[in-house]
Each structure stands twice: as C-alpha cells, then as structure tokens.
Write a protein that binds this ligand. Structure first.
Ligand SMILES: Nc1ncnc2c1ncn2[C@@H]1O[C@H](COP(=O)(O)OP(=O)(O)OP(=O)(O)O)[C@@H](O)[C@H]1O
Ligand SMILES: [Mg+2]
Length: 251
C-alpha cells in the first residue's frame, strides 16, 4: 500500500514549514536558487544548524565555493557555533572549495588536490554520512561544481548523478544554484530544476529606494504549498519567512 501521508522534514526556518505541509518531503532533494547575495548559503546552513540543534539530525555541508574557516566565522554572527556541532558529530563540512584550483585543504574532510572528481566527492559524502548517520546534506553550489567541467553535457550528467546518489542514500538534500533571468531558468545548466523535487527561489529586488528579499516556493512535489511571494528577512537570528499579512500588520 502506498502511504497517503508523506514524511516531512522540518526546515526549522521560522515561518517556512507551515507554507508547505510541515516541511520538505523526507529523503528528497530541493534546489535553492537565487542571484548572488540572496541568502542561499545562510538559508542552507540554517537548515543544517536547526536540524542538528532542534531535531538532533546530523548534517553534511559540502562547500565548493567558500572556505570552511570563513563560513564558521561568518555563522558565529548569527550565534551558530558550527565547530561545536562538528565536535559532537552533528555536522561535518566537506571542503571542495580549493581542491579545484590545486591547493591542499587543511580540513579533516576534503577532496584531494589531484583535481575535482565527482566520484571521490560522492564517496566522501557517503563515508561521512555513514559515520555520523547524516539525515541532511547541502551542496553549495552547483555552479561551483560546474566549474570543474569543460562542457555542459558533462555538467548535466554530474548533476544528475549527484542528485540520484543523494536520493538513493535516503538523505534530504539542498543544492544551491543561480537563476538565469534571461532564459527563465531556475538553475544555471537547465537541468537542476527538473531533477530535484522542490525549487525555492530567493529574490533580492530593489523597489524605489528600498531593496526587499522574497522567497517563492516554485515547486514542491507531493505538496500543497503556498504560491505567494513571501517576504524574507535576514536578521541577527538568521533567515525568517513572513506572510504578506504580517508585513501589513507591522505598519
Ligand atoms: N549578520 C547579518 N545580518 C543581516 N544580513 C546579513 C548578515 N550577514 C549577511 N547578511 C546578508 O546576506 C547576504 C549574504 O548571504 P549569502 O552568503 O547566504 O548569499 P548567497 O546567496 O549564498 O550568495 P552567493 O551567491 O554570493 O554565494 C549578504 O550580502 C547580506 O546582505
Ligand atoms: Mg553562497
């Protein structure tokens, strides 16, 4: 019998879970898409931090863009001590940020300097996942992954393999990508949005003299979700998602 109810994984991001039947479908993958500075990295780290702190669910953060030491430092601004979680095996960071340019990492978990290799990355994710019994995985970012390939076909194959392997491993995963405004794509390579089960779009738009952040649930398979553009705020507590009504109430 196919269960009517799908198991949900709470994001722990204030205001978001209620907009999608209580959370992401468990064991699926979701794309967090947006231009630079829209808050993708903070959003994803909050998913892992909340998962570990509130729900005792270990997570893995694969960074292909930023250096882990800087991420740890930046997240302290929100009061999130990633190092402490790492010591408790509730979080592990895999550093793929500099392997691609041939510089060795000082991190415990990293890719070898012999160049980027997707299979090695997958192996490392699976190894760490088994060790800490990971329930959540973040890949930040797909365009940085694409940097390692010469042609788009290879990149597409790599994205497909990555998403397939993560789903097969039973973890709930987030991947970040860029929006290609010109072609109305939600990912950079035109496949990300199709291989994932959900797409969240983050916008940072200027209206008059003010810039506003919004979050839009563009797709979430097997889920009745909000179709509105929701105001999103990054404060010293991290990311929170609001409804348009809340905003009106404040003014
Ligand atoms: N402590 C803070 N309080 C409020 N806003 C902050 C704080 N720290 C960062 N921000 C905002 O978040 C933005 C950075 O967010 P983040 O790094 O998650 O974006 P991103 O979408 O991952 O960007 P990129 O595509 O460059 O990786 C900053 O540009 C700033 O606007
Ligand atoms: Mg980022």
């Amino acid at each position: 019998m196919i269960p009517l109810e799908i198991k949900r994984i709470k994001t722990g991001i204030t205001g978001l879970d209620d907009l999608m039947e209580g959370g992401f479908p468990q064991g699926r993958s979701v794309l967090v898409s947006g231009a630079c500075g829209t808050g993708k990295t903070i959003f994803c780290l909050q998913f892992l931090y909340s998962g570990a702190r509130k729900f005792n669910e270990p997570g893995i953060y694969v960074t292909l863009d930023e250096r882990p030491d800087l991420i740890r430092e930046d997240m302290l601004r929100f009061g999130w001590d990633l190092h402490e979680l790492e010591e408790k095996n509730l979080l592990q960071i895999i550093d793929g940020s500099i392997a691609k340019i041939g510089i060795p990492s000082e991190e415990i978990f990293s890719l070898p300097v012999t160049g980027f290799d997707l299979d090695k990355l997958l192996l490392e994710i699976m190894r760490v996942s088994k060790r800490i019994n990971a329930k959540r995985v973040v890949i930040d970012s797909i365009p940085a992954l694409g940097f390692n390939y010469e042609n788009e076909n290879e990149i597409r194959k790599a994205i497909l393999k990555l998403s397939y392997m993560l789903t097969r491993a039973g973890v709930t995963s987030l991947m970040t990508s860029e929006i290609d405004e010109a072609s109305n794509r939600f990912g950079k390579y035109g496949v990300e949005e199709y291989v994932v089960d959900g797409v969240l779009v983050l916008h940072y738009m200027g209206v008059g003299t003010q810039a506003n952040r919004t979050l839009h649930i563009r797709k979430m398979r097997a889920t009745a979700h909000s179709e509105d553009l929701h105001p999103m705020v990054i404060s010293k507590e991290g990311v929170s998602v609001h409804s348009i009504d809340d905003e009106y109430k404040q003014t």
